[in-house]
Ligand binder design. Sequence first.
Ligand SMILES: Nc1ncnc2c1ncn2[C@@H]1O[C@H](COP(=O)(O)OP(=O)(O)OP(=O)(O)O)[C@@H](O)[C@H]1O
Length: 866
Amino acid sequence: MAQPTTSSRQNTVRQPTPDRNRQNAPRPSRDNGSAGRLREPRPSFDWGAALDSWFSDQRSTLTLGVLLMLLAVGLFIAFISYLITGQADQSVVGAAFSQPLAESGPETRNWVGLVGAFVAHVFVFRWFGVGALTLPIIMFLAGYKLTLRRELLPLSRATAGLLFLSVWSSLLLGYIVLVTDSAETDSIWCGGIGYEFNVALYSLFGWGNLAFIGFVLFLFVVYFFDVRNIKLPSFSAPNLAGGVRPKSPKRPDDTLQSYEESEADYEETVPDYTAPVDFSHSVPVPEEAISSPDSPLNDAHHQEASVPELIAKTTGVTLTIKNRESVTDDPVAEPEELGATPAPTFEPDPFEDDDLVATHGLYDPTLDLPQYQYPTNDLLTEYQNTRKAQVSEDELTANKERIETTLRNFGIEIDSIQASIGPTVTLYEIVPAKGVRISKIKSLEDDIALNLSALGIRIIAPMPGMGTIGIEVPNKNREMVSMRSVITSDIFTSSKFDLPIVLGKTISNEIYVADLAKMPHLLMAGATGQGKSVGLNVLLTSLIYKKHPSQLKLVLVDPKKVELTLFNKLERHFLAKLPDSEEPIITDTKKVVNTLNSLCIEMDNRYNLLKDGGCRNLKEYNAKFVKRRLNPDKGHRFLPYIVLIVDELADLMMTAGKEVEQPIARLAQLARAIGIHLVVATQRPSVNVITGLIKANFPARLSFKVTSKIDSRTILDTGGAEQLVGMGDMLLSSNSDIIRLQCPFVDTNEIEDLCDYVGNQRGYDEAYALPEFIGDDGGQSDDKDVDLDNRDPMFDEAARLIVIHQQGSTSLIQRKLKLGYNRAGRLIDQLEAAKIVGAFEGSKARDVLVQDLQMLEEILKRLKGD
Ligand SMILES: Nc1ncnc2c1ncn2[C@@H]1O[C@H](COP(=O)(O)OP(=O)(O)OP(=O)(O)O)[C@@H](O)[C@H]1O
C-alpha cells in the first residue's frame, strides 16, 4: 500500500514556509514535550509582489503609460528645439546654477523652457547629439504599450535598435565634425560622446576611426538581423506587373489573427510579396503553379496570398479588388490558368523560412483579443478575520499530553513531540523512543483517535524521509483559506506552469500549486456537501486568472445542470462546444457522448498536426507555430489547451455507461501530449463509476471527505479520506504520494463577478468549435430538401475552396470564409445536392466529387443557366 507523505513532487511548488524548511522554525520547543509558543516569522515587505500587483492594476499602467507618452512628446519637442536654438541656450544652461532661476527662465529660447533646455543640453549636447531623439521615441513606444496594451513596434527590438542608432550616429557624426574641423558650430549634432571618442582615437588611428565605426555597424547588422536567417535568393524578389496587397496593414503581428479587425480594403498596386497577408483568407495553390523553379509563386511568402492574388501573379492579369468578398465574382478566375490538377500539399514546405519571423515577428496568439484584460484581484472577496488558524496554546498542550498519555498507555514511549499548525489540522510529529516499532503506532490509530475524541485523526507512520510519526488532529477553529489569498500569492502569480491550479494550503501553511498539464488528468471524489463544487470552481478560477482566452478552452459537462451554469458567460472567451449545440455547457447525456467523441476527433486531428509538424507534443508544436515554422494553409494553427471538466461522472455512467467510459479512458490515455486534460468529479467513488479502466488512466486523484473507507480506497487506493473533516479538507494522491490540503474557498458571487468581468469583454464571435461528431442516430440535418435555385451567395466560392483543397469539410468553409457553423452547414448541404461533395460519413470528411476547377466551373455555369 502506498505510504502517505507530505513531501513535494515534481510538478508542484510550495510556498517555502519557515517550519517546513526547518530554518526559522516557528515550532514549539522540544523541551519535555511541552507545548511551545508558535512564533510568526516577522513579515518583511515584499517589493516584488508590490510591484507586480501595482503593474497588474490597469489604473497604474494607464497612468504611467500616458505620463510616458506626454514626457516623450515634451522631450521630443525640447530636443528638436535645442537642435535649432541650442547654441543660444548653452550659456543660459551654464549660468542656470549661478544666477537666480527667475532670470534664467525668461532668457531660455527652448520651446519647453528652462527644463527643456537643460534636459536637452545633457542628452543632445553632452551625450548623443541628434541621436538623442531616439530616447523620446523609445519612451513613447513604452507608454503606448502600457496604455493600450499592444505594441506599435516590438518594444525590446525597437529599443535595442534605437539605442544603437543613437550611439552609432553620435560616433559617425563625431568623426565628420572632427575631420571637417567644425566643432565650434556643429558639435551639437554629434553630442559629446561621439566627438570625444573620435578626438581620443583620431591621433592613434586616423581614418581607422571611420573603419571602426563602419565595423560596428556591420556587427550590429549581423547580429540584430541575424544574418543566418537571410536567404540570399530572396533579395531579388520577382518584379511582376500587377498584383494586390493590403493597404497599410495595422500591425505585422496581426497577419494570422483578425478576429477583431475589420476586413482591410485592397487596392491595386505594385506587388509586395513581403507584405503581411491575412492567412485566414488564403488557400493553397495547385502544385504546378508553385513547383516550377521560375514560377513567381515559388517563394515562401506567396503561399499567403489568396486565390485571385495568385492568379494575378501567375497570369499577369491585374485584379482590382476593393473587398475580398467580391473575389469569386471576378471572371479572371479561369481554371485553365491555374493548371488542372488540384494538389493541396506542398513539398517541401516553403514555410520553413525564418524571414517570416524577421518580417512579422513571432506569432502572438493573444493578439486574437489584444484588448483582453486578465481578471483583477479585487473581483475576489477579501475575507477578514479568517487569516490564521486559531489554535490556542492550551489546545496544543492538551492535545500533546493526550497523545503522550494514550501512547504511554499502550506501552509506547516517545522522545519528543512537536506541532505544526495548519489551516485545518495540526500535525504533531512524534519521535518514538528507541526500539518502538512504527507498525505498532499505526495499528493504534483508532484508539488514539478515540482518546483524542476528535474526528479526522490521520496517522502518518513513518513521515517520509524522517524517522518520525505524524498525527494530524483537526483544529477546533479552522482557518478559511480564501481564494484571493492564494491567487495573489507569489507562488501562484509567478508560476510558470502551463496550467497552474492552486489547490490550497498544506499542513504547514504552504500554498500548493500544481500543474494540471503534468498531472495530466485529475479524478475528484467527495461525498455531497464536502466541497467538490467549490474545488472545481477553484480550479477553474485558477486557470482563468492565469490564461488568455486564446491559450485555453474549457469543455464543461454538468449533468446536474446547476453547478457550472455561471461559466456560461465565458462562452465567447474560454468555452468550447460542438458546432451545432446551442448551450455552451453540456448537460444532456447524449450531447456528452457526442462531445467526448468529438474531443477524440480533436485529439486525432491534433496528433496528425503534430506528426505533420514533426513535433512530439503540444508545447513543441505551438513553439514552432509561434516561430512561424508551420504553415496555416496546411491546417496548422495555434493549439489552445483544452480542459474538459465533468461534474458528476456517476450520473453519466449510470445513463450511458460504456459510451462514456470508453472515450474518457481513451482521452485520458492519449490526450496529454496534445494538450487535452480531463478533470472528472464524482460524488460516488464506487467501482461501477470509477471503473478500473478510468482509474488506471488518472494517476492524480483528489478526494474530499467520503462516507466510507471503501470509497476512500476506491479513489485513493488507501483509507484516510473518510476521516477528513469536510469543508474543503482533502487528500491529493499523485505518484503514490498523499498530501493533505485545505482547499481554498471561492463563493458563487465571486465566480459571478469573475465571469461577468471576463464575459463583458470583447470575445471571439462564437465559442471554440469542436469537430463535428454525429453519433449512430445521425442527429442533424433533419431536412435534407435543398433548393439549389436558392443557393447561398457564397456557394461558388465555397465550391472552389472545397475543390482546390479536395477536402469536403464544413469547418474548412467556416474557417476560410469566416462563416458561422450553420451557414457553412447549409453550404455543404447545397454542395452535396449539387454533387460537388459526397454524402456525410460520420467523423470522416466528405468525398469531393469534382476533381478540378475546370469541371467545377462547368457545373457552376450549368447551375447558373438553370
Ligand atoms: N474550501 C472550503 N472552505 C470552506 N468552506 C467550504 C469549502 N468548500 C466547501 N465549503 C462549504 O461546504 C459547502 C458545500 O460545498 P460544495 O457545494 O462544494 O459541496 P459539494 O461537494 O459540491 O456538494 P454537492 O456534491 O452536493 O454539490 C459550501 O457551501 C461551503 O459552505
